[in-house]
Design a protein around this ligand. Structure first.
Ligand code: ADP
Ligand code: MG
Length: 628
């Protein structure tokens, strides 16, 4: 009998498989089962239109069997089978197989992990078998053939005896070594758990004879029962209809599948047809996994292609700001053998991602409306993600995320959404005001807050470092601009007040110039304040891209390696405060003292802002000078 050689590129893949040190060699079983399922699919579809096939859906099955003495594992199906030519073409060459994608990826570097992540097809059997036979009889043919190979020396094809249509694949397992126990693949219990893990949702039954030993109380011999069992559950929960499922079913699946001990906050079950066909079942967890805020956390959804798991964590299906979402996506549009690199460019996958993103957003918005308490609980755990999302996407995610944001506010101390804020804005109010500080208490001490509150305007409290960065990217909401109460020009006054302030500013211009020069390395301007009510001074940002709050945050970051950023600041003096008259008096009579007062006022303003003063000793001396 003639031994035929594999095509060159098949040989390369085979070499890799035979010498694979990959630790999840078990995936060969998933490959064989999915091939069997594909073959059954083909005959099943035929049977739908062609009654001469003579098969019902319930007749189809995949049978597994082990032989401990011969060290063989057999996978049989009653699918469409292969003709002699098909045997040659399908198993002798890689050309038609999706494994082609694998080869392509492999050219980019030896990434063994892709063996596990993606289908690598029939040849993966050579990771565990020293010899493989394929006996097959094609539908419509009366001849059967056997393909046989040890992977190294090519293959043979010869006629064989086979009664029924379909394919039987037999693996002669390699000998056990210290590192690798191939005999686990002849242990029915282990095979059962592999089927559960990788092929649970194959829609045809996967059967195997299982042994159960019954022990008796007395010393009688234990009884061994043998029975054929179906190993897979066939219909995954996400393929079922929503009206068949109860909240409890959804929650049980979640807790089991994603190893959480708390039920999720909510789930999203969506089925789509059209541009992309898929079923998705997503969950929003109630708590963050312990490693959520660490580098170890891997986002992603479990990806299935027609019931076969092809990827445990498909990161491309979730944007970072929804990285907390767990779930599964099952699509017939995706090929089992798609490589990771190709997957990233897959149009279908992109469409699915976009759809899911919208579904998640809508579900969260719905939750916000229907169960505010639940949403707030969720927001407390994951809301930070949205702010980072806005900041990191430079505005691209604004639309998606802005309605999910919440901030505590000056009104009732409760969380308010941007929509709620805008809804209840005062008639004469132009902007959305926010204030930054490390806590609500700290913010409420800010001198600038007083006047805004007096106007009856609501102020958002930004207590997280990222807050102001996110708002600066957001820029506006429903055409209203965000304005920090520490901004240079808050524009709170009437025309008349403005006129008066301008006059006062002019009159005291020389004094302000003098004061600015006394602390010229610290502030850009000294000026009258329009936003202070009872406090004497405050610092405000004097234009420039970095606000005072951002200066604090940026300088506290470790990666800033010592380089300090600086906001452009203005020292603002309250003309209503008695200190103002005092300053004017000193400008006429005692310039030295005015210098000291200016330094003191600046230090005070720093302290109120929650920043540290540059020279505490000088500050103490100045205060003592006044006291003595
Ligand atoms: P893929 O499944 O991506 O096509 P494989 O290497 O797994 O790649 O299989 C190669 C080809 O061999 C399949 O496309 C199919 O035509 C054929 N084949 C494999 N197993 C079977 C089977 N059990 N029944 C019928 N055809 C099969
Ligand atoms: Mg395959």
């Amino acid at each position: 009998m003639e031994t035929k050689q594999f095509k060159a590129e098949s040989k390369r893949l085979l070499d890799m498989m035979i010498n694979s040190i990959y630790t999840h060699k078990e995936i060969f079983l998933r490959e064989l089962i999915s091939n069997a399922s594909d073959a059954i699919d083909k005959l099943y579809f035929k049977s739908l239109t062609d009654t001469s096939v003579g098969m019902n859906k319930s007749d189809f099955a995949i049978d597994l069997a082990v032989d401990k003495d011969k060290r063989t594992l057999t996978v049989s199906d009653n699918g469409i089978g292969m003709t002699e030519d098909e045997l040659e073409n399908n198993l002798g060459t890689i050309a038609n197989s999706g494994s082609f994608a694998f080869k392509k990826e492999n050219d980019l570097g030896d990434d063994v992990d892709i063996i596990g992540q993606f289908g690598v097809g029939f040849y993966s059997t050579f990771m565990v078998a020293k010899e493989v036979t394929v006996e097959t009889k094609a539908y419509g043919s009366d001849k059967a053939f056997m393909w046989k190979s040890n992977g190294v020396d090519g293959y043979t094809v010869e006629p064989c005896e086979k009664q029924t249509v379909g394919t039987t694949i037999t693996l002669y397992l390699k000998e056990d070594t210290d590192d690798e126990k191939y005999s686990r693949f002849i242990d029915p219990m282990q095979i059962q758990s592999l089927v559960k893990k990788y092929s649970d949702y194959i829609r045809f039954p996967i059967r195997m004879e299982m042994e159960h030993t019954h022990y008796h109380d007395d010393n009688e011999e234990p009884e061994v029962h043998k029975a054929v069992e179906i190993l897979n559950s066939m219909t995954p929960i996400w393929k079922k209809n929503k009206n068949e499922l109860k909240e409890e079913d959804y929650n049980n699946f979640y807790v089991e599948k994603f190893y959480d001990y708390e039920p999720p906050i909510t789930h999203i079950h969506s089925k789509a047809e059209g541009l992309a066909t898929y079923d998705a079942l997503l969950y929003i967890p109630a708590r963050a996994p312990f490693d959520y805020y660490s580098k170890d956390y891997e986002k992603g959804l479990q990806l299935y292609s027609s019931g076969v798991m092809i990827m445990d964590k498909c990161a491309d299906l979730l944007p970072d700001y929804f990285s907390f979402v767990k779930g599964v996506v099952d699509s017939e549009d995706l090929s089992l053998n798609i490589s990771r690199e190709l997957l990233q460019h897959d149009r279908q996958l992109k469409i699915i991602e976009k759809n899911l993103e919208k579904a998640i957003k809508n579900e969260l918005k719905k939750l916000m409306k229907s169960d505010r308490e639940k949403y707030e609980k969720f927001y407390k755990v994951f809301g930070l993600q949205f702010k980072f999302g806005i900041y990191q996407s430079y505005g691209a995610a604004n639309e998606m995320l802005q309605d999910l944001l919440m901030f505590p506010s000056s009104f009732e101390g409760k969380n308010v959404t941007l929509d709620e804020y805008v809804e209840r804005m005062k008639e004469d109010q132009k902007d959305i005001y926010y204030a930054c500080g490390e806590s609500k208490e700290r913010i409420e001490m800010l001198p600038q807050l007083e006047k805004v509150k007096e106007k009856g305007y609501e102020v958002l409290y930004c207590t997280q470092d990222i807050d102001e960065f996110a708002l600066k990217v957001l820029l506006r909401y429903k055409d209203k601009q965000f304005k920090s109460i520490s901004d240079a020009d808050l524009d709170l006054d009437t025309e008349e007040e403005k006129e008066q302030a301008k006059k006062l500013d002019e009159e005291n211009k020389d004094m302000f110039t003098f004061m600015q020069q006394a602390i010229s390395d610290k502030v850009k301007t000294v000026r009258l304040s329009k936003k202070l009510k009872s406090h004497p001074v405050c610092l405000s940002s004097d234009g420039g891209p970095i606000s005072i709050e951002m200066e604090k945050v940026l300088n506290a970051m470790p990666q800033n390696n010592g380089e300090k950023v600086k906001a452009e600041k203005a020292l603002e003096i309250n003309p209503e405060h008695p200190i103002f008259a005092k300053l004017k008096e000193l400008f006429e009579s005692d310039k030295d003292k005015l210098t000291q007062y200016t330094k003191l006022l600046y230090d005070q303003a720093l302290l109120i802002e929650g920043m540290s003063i540059d020279d505490p000793v000088e500050f103490a001396n100045l205060v003592c000078g006044l006291m003595c």
